[in-house]
Structures are given as C-alpha cells and as structure tokens.
Design a binder for this molecule. Structure first.
Ligand SMILES: NC(=O)c1ccc[n+]([C@@H]2O[C@H](COP(=O)([O-])OP(=O)(O)OC[C@H]3O[C@@H](n4cnc5c(N)ncnc54)[C@H](O)[C@@H]3O)[C@@H](O)[C@H]2O)c1
Length: 436
C-alpha cells in the first residue's frame, strides 16, 4: 500500500516510522506535505529512501502530490481545525484516509466530511490509539464477558498534570476554533472509549466548564507578573515550573524553534495568556442509547496524571485506576512504573473483591501505539475480536459528546443529540458495536 502524509509535526513521526520502517516490507511512503519547508526537510531526511530521497510538497501542492505519487491512503496529521480540508480533498481525489483524532472539531466540518464520504465511498480510519492500550482492552474484555452484567452507569475522571496539561495552552490547541477545546481535542479519546466500552452512543449531554488555572491572575499569584509572551527569552522563566525550554530538547528545537521563521508558529507561548479560549476544568453528564449514564471530569492542571474509571453493573462493579505520573516537582515529572501504577478490581455481587493482573504492553501511550500500528499497517494481523478499528462513524460519535458539551456550556442547557444533529442536517447511524 502506498501512503502519503500531510502535516510533518511531532505526531506524524509515529506514522512515518510505521510505514517507512517497521512495516516497510508491506508499505511504501511516497510523499510528505506541509506548510513549513523546514519541518518537511527534517522529515524527508529521516526517511531512508535512497536515490533522490522522498518526494516533498508544500501545502498548496497537495493535489500535485496525489497526482504524481498516487498514494492509496493519505495520513492526516495537521492541526485539528484543518483535518476536514485534507480528509475531504483526499477522498475527492480517490484516496482513502487515515486521520489523527479528533476527526474534526465542529458540526459543519463533520457534515462536510460525512457528505463527501457518502458521495465517494472512500474509507476513513480514525486512529484511536487509546482503545489499544492493553489495560483498556482488558476492560473491554471483562465487560464483554458479562462479569458485571449490564452496565448502567460510568464514572470517569481524567487528570492531566502541569506539564502535559500545560502543553495544550501553548499553541493552536488553546483556541477553541482550532482544537474544539479539550472536550473535543482530548476527550474525543475518552468519549470514544466510553462509546466502545459500552457498545453504544450518546443521547443527551449536559456540561459545565471554566478556565480556572491557565489565566493571567494565576501567573500573578505565582509571582510571574513580569512574564514574557513565550518561554524562550522569558524574564521569569527560571521561576516558572510550567516553562517549556525549547533549547533543552534537540528534537523540539529543530522541529519548532529553528523552523518558526517560516510560518511564525510559536511552540512555547505563555500558558497564562489572556486570549486563551479553552477551558481547563470540565464536567460532563451524558446518557446513552442503551440506557447507561456517564459522569465525566477532565482537569488539566492536576498535581498528578492518570485516570480513574468505575463501571456500575447489574451484577457487580469494575474499577480501574492508572497513575501515569506521581507528581511534578520543579517542572520534572516523576513517572510511575508500568504495572505498579495500574490496578483493576472486579467486584461481583456476593463474592469478595478481586484484584486482577493488569494487561500490559511496551511502547508509547501505555503500549497502545505499537499494537494499533500493527493492525493499521500489517495486513496479516487478522481479525480483531475487540473491534478496535475505527471508521468515520466512530470518529463522528466520539466528537459528538464533546461538541454537544461545548454547546451545553455555551447555552447553559442540556443538548439532545438527535435534535442537535438534525438542526445541522446530519444523519448518523446509531452505533451499536458488534464484537466477536
Ligand atoms: N492520538 C494521539 O495520542 C495524538 C498525540 C498527539 C497529537 N495527535 C494529533 O495529531 C495531529 C498533529 O498534532 P502535532 O502535535 O503533530 O501538531 P504539530 O503542530 O506539531 O504539527 C502539525 C503540522 O501540520 C503542519 N501544518 C499546519 N498547517 C498546515 C497546512 N495548511 N497544510 C499542511 N500542513 C500544515 C504544521 O506545519 C506542522 O508541521 C493533531 O490532530 C493532534 O490532535 C494525536
């Protein structure tokens, strides 16, 4: 299979490595495209193609890339608000698409994608790596076994620490019109997990959100009033535990600092800026087509990083906790080690609680990325009994909870998904996941 990648920032490296290296015997990377020629050149240098190297194209030459290189599939790793442009253009030009999450960020862009997908019949895959984290797949396995009966409610909390969480407030993510806010950009993973775990889709969504921490007043309280517009050259950088030092990390320096004169993309803008438009504290309540309920919290300035999820069922409860980072000390993250940090407990009514051995894996995102890449790029992987592959329909349902939550925060009311979709002329099949 021939692949081209559009968007040669940090995330594309995972796909480039899979196509051009790990699964190179079965695939061919034929082109790279980006708005920034320095990032393009860096990426091209990393691909060992021999001869004249790999073909690179500027953003306005995307069509030329497709015509000349004829990829079967275009991999989309540009910022979220641009996904729809490339997904649609690639489908219209006869290609399948593999896109990073979130598939897109609002309903008009979603409608445009769904319309063109229907018109062209092309395949859209949304790469939900979190489904493939072994510990999260294990939860699916337990729920599929019926051990806790029918799931009636889920309580789900996700904590981002002051290094990882802060990173969403430095660049394009920090504007709602570029990322959809964290309820879309980040929670698309979490709401997708809930949809997939439950095998259902949301019906009603109510949400609240605020920006409590990443705001100018907090910088004052932390003695950072003299802060500059970005970490690089900031007069109070030494005092700030949230700083990102682009000079200290060669990969970050090359990819962003050295390339910024091309397009003015600053990777390390101050996280306390006034003009940030996304929330850092969010709560959502949702109901599902199968009758289950969800209670969800996302905090982006937590002292530690990880997640807690509890499933309430007619026969018992299932509880999973993962501490990824114990704490942030002087800007340094104290990472927790593998299984030591994860617990999964099964409570079956009438029996003692059982601490289960947690499924583990090696590699990025808790061992998720390598498993997902195998299913994406190795045709011999065979059938996946957990149904982890995701289409445009899964991609759509995963962002709907967050888009509806944004609308709920704005309107201060519950959003009913059916009427929300029909107001925007969107017809989306109810997703009842089939496994086995
Ligand atoms: N699944 C995950 O765990 C995960 C992790 C990180 C990022 N992501 C997703 O990957 C995507 C990319 O994130 P990133 O961190 O690499 O961002 P990034 O900003 O580092 O990279 C984006 C790249 O797109 C390029 N670009 C910008 N405008 C363009 C245009 N008009 N045409 C072509 N190229 C353009 C930029 O120059 C840059 O090289 C995002 O959608 C993000 O949500 C997913």
């Amino acid at each position: 299979m021939k692949y081209a990648i559009v968007g040669t920032g940090s995330r594309h490296k995972m796909f480039r490595g899979a196509v051009a290296d790990t699964y190179a015997d079965k695939n061919d990377l034929v082109g790279l495209c980006d708005i920034n020629e320095k990032r393009l050149a860096l990426s091209a240098l990393a691909v060992d193609k021999g001869g004249n190297g790999i073909a690179t194209y500027r953003a306005e030459q995307f069509g030329e890339m497709i015509d000349e290189q004829k990829p079967n599939t275009v991999i989309v790793t540009v910022p979220d608000y641009l996904h729809h442009d490339y997904i649609i253009d690639a489908m219209r030009r006869g290609c399948d698409v593999m896109t990073e999450k979130p598939m897109t960020i609002d309903l008009s862009k979603l409608k445009a994608i769904l319309d063109v997908q229907k018109e062209t019949g092309r395949k859209v895959t949304v790469t939900f790596n979190y489904r493939y984290t072994p510990a999260r797949t294990q939860i699916k396995d337990i729920l599929m076994s019926g051990a806790i009966g029918d799931v009636t409610a889920v309580s789900f909390r996700w904590y981002l620490d002051r290094v990882h969480g802060a990173d969403y407030f430095r660049r394009w993510h920090r504007y709602k019109n570029q990322s959809g806010g964290l309820l879309v950009h980040k929670s698309t993973h979490h709401f997708d997990l809930v949809n997939w775990w439950l095998g259902s889709s949301p019906t009603n969504v109510t949400a609240h959100g605020s920006r409590a921490f990443y705001q100018p007043e907090m910088a004052k309280q932390m003695g950072l009033s003299e802060r500059g517009p970005r970490c690089y050259g900031c007069p109070v950088a030494e005092k700030c535990d949230l700083r990102l030092d682009l000079m200290a990390d060669e990969a970050l320096r090359e990819l962003y600092l050295d390339a910024e004169d091309e397009d003015g993309y600053l990777r390390d803008r101050c996280v306390f800026d006034e003009d940030i438009t996304i929330e850092d504290t969010m709560q959502v309540h949702a109901t599902y087509a199968n009758g289950a309920m969800l209670n969800y919290t996302l905090c982006a300035y937590s002292p530690w990083e990880g997640l807690e999820v509890k499933f309430y069922g007619t026969k018992g409860e299932l509880s999973h906790r993962h501490v990824e980072v114990h704490g942030v000390f002087g800007g340094e993250r104290a990472k927790a080690e593998g299984s030591e940090a994860m617990t999964t407990t099964l409570y079956v009514a009438g029996k003692p609680a059982e601490d289960l051995p947690v499924w583990e894996g090696a590699g990025a995102h808790g061992g998720a990325d390598p498993v997902m890449l195998g299913y994406l790029f190795d045709p011999d992987m065979g059938h996946d009994r957990y149904g982890r592959g995701s289409t445009h329909i899964d991609g759509a349902w995963s962002i709907l909870t967050g888009i509806a939550a944004n609308a709920s925060i704005e309107r201060n009311e519950t959003v009913h998904i059916d009427s929300f979709l029909s107001e925007h002329g969107i017809v989306l099949p109810k997703k009842e996941w089939k496994f086995g």
